[in-house]
Structures are given as structure tokens and as C-alpha cells.
Design a protein around this ligand. Structure first.
Ligand code: HEM
Length: 172
């Protein structure tokens, strides 16, 4: 039962969040959308940049089994601590101009699927879902634009997702 619940929330909530963020980012950055339209094979690169900018899993919790000290921070055994995926994904020591959305960005990596032994089991499926959606937008639409006010973030600490917003799509 736990595994089924984990798969439903881990595999559904995250994917719909990132797909919504993808549409919000592309409609807010017509230049990047145009690059994708000109070259739909940029979908994998755009997917990585969307995942970096708007990681659906915003924080990860850990509880050390033994006390460790790393870079001047002591993590005590048995005490839960949280890591910010959002902050790591915008670390200026790794990503130049980290707040800029750039589908050609290097390096193409992020912490959005976690790391190590608990690295996301569904990462390949999630990437395929986003890439397929981006190719659909690039190849099957003539225009896509947001109408109405910009969407607000849902006020959760651990999940990054947008409230609903309206778009207008012109099919090709
Ligand atoms: C964009 C979509 C997704 C994102 C951003 C995402 C993110 C993550 C993250 C950050 C973790 C690590 C959690 C931790 O270390 O505490 C994780 C684990 C996991 N994810 Fe995903 N996920 C996504 C889609 C999916 C899908 C589609 C599935 C399944 C079909 C899935 C199944 C899982 C499972 C089972 C784990 C636990 C792995 C383990 O603990 O060994 N995820 N995911």
C-alpha cells in the first residue's frame, strides 16, 4: 500500500507540476519558445532547464543515523534536516545568472530528481513526458499564450506548483 501511494503521489503530482511550470515558463519567455519551435530537438535541453528552474520537489528531508560535520555544519544523529533543491538549482557558483531561463544553458543538470541511492525511480519517464509535451507544443501549435494575470505559486513549502492560469492555444 505504501509503495502504491508513493508511486501515485511521486509520479503524478510531480509530473503535472512540472508540465504546468513548463507552459508558464515558455509563454513568459517567447524567445526561448521560438528557439524550441525552430528546433524541436532542443526539447531534452529545454526539459533540463525547466526542471532546474522549477523543481516540483522543493525540499528533501533527511535524518542522519550518525552525527556528521560537513562544510562547517553539524548534522546530528536522529535530527531531521531539510535540503533546498530550489537553492541548489540556482547556486551561482554552478549556474551563471541562475535566475535566467535559458534552454541552451550549460551545465544541463540539477538536483530536481534527488541524487544517490534514492535518485528518482521515475526520472526517465518524467523526462519523456516533459519532452513529449514540449515537442507537441513546438510542432503541433501555431501559437500559445497566457491570458489573464500571471499565476501565483501554491503556498506549500515542499512542493513547487502553480495555481491555475488560462492559456490560448492555436493549433497548427
Ligand atoms: C518531474 C517529475 C518528478 C520529479 C521532479 C521527481 C522527483 C523526485 C525526487 C527529488 C526524489 C528523491 C526523494 C528523496 O531523495 O527523498 C524522487 C524519488 C522517487 N520518485 Fe520521483 N519525481 C518525478 C517523477 C516520478 C515518476 C513519474 C515516478 C514513477 C512513475 C516517480 C517515482 C519515484 C520513486 C518511487 C521515488 C523513490 C525512490 C527511492 O527512494 O529509492 N517519480 N523523485
Amino acid at each position: 500500500m505504501t509503495l502504491v501511494i508513493n508511486l501515485i503521489f511521486g509520479g503524478h503530482d510531480t509530473s503535472r507540476s512540472v508540465l504546468t511550470s513548463a507552459i508558464a515558463l515558455l509563454t513568459a519567455h517567447p524567445g526561448e519558445l521560438e528557439k524550441l519551435r525552430r528546433e524541436p530537438d532542443r526539447a531534452p535541453a529545454a526539459t533540463e532547464e525547466i526542471l532546474r528552474m522549477e523543481a516540483p520537489v522543493a525540499v528533501l528531508g533527511r535524518e542522519p543515523t550518525e552525527t556528521v560535520e560537513t562544510r562547517g555544519t553539524k548534522l546530528e544523529a536522529g535530527k531531521m534536516f531539510f535540503l533546498s533543491v530550489l537553492a541548489a538549482n540556482r547556486d551561482p557558483a554552478v549556474f551563471s545568472e541562475p535566475d535566467r531561463f535559458d534552454i541552451d544553458r550549460e551545465p544541463k543538470r540539477s538536483f530536481s530528481f534527488g541524487w544517490g541511492s534514492h535518485f528518482c525511480l521515475g526520472a526517465a519517464l518524467a523526462r519523456a513526458e516533459v519532452q513529449g509535451t514540449l515537442r507537441g507544443i513546438a510542432c503541433d501549435t501555431k501559437a500559445i499564450e497566457r491570458i489573464g494575470p500571471p499565476p501565483a505559486q501554491v503556498p506549500f513549502v515542499s512542493i513547487r506548483r502553480l495555481e491555475s492560469f488560462r492559456i490560448r492555444v492555436e493549433a497548427d
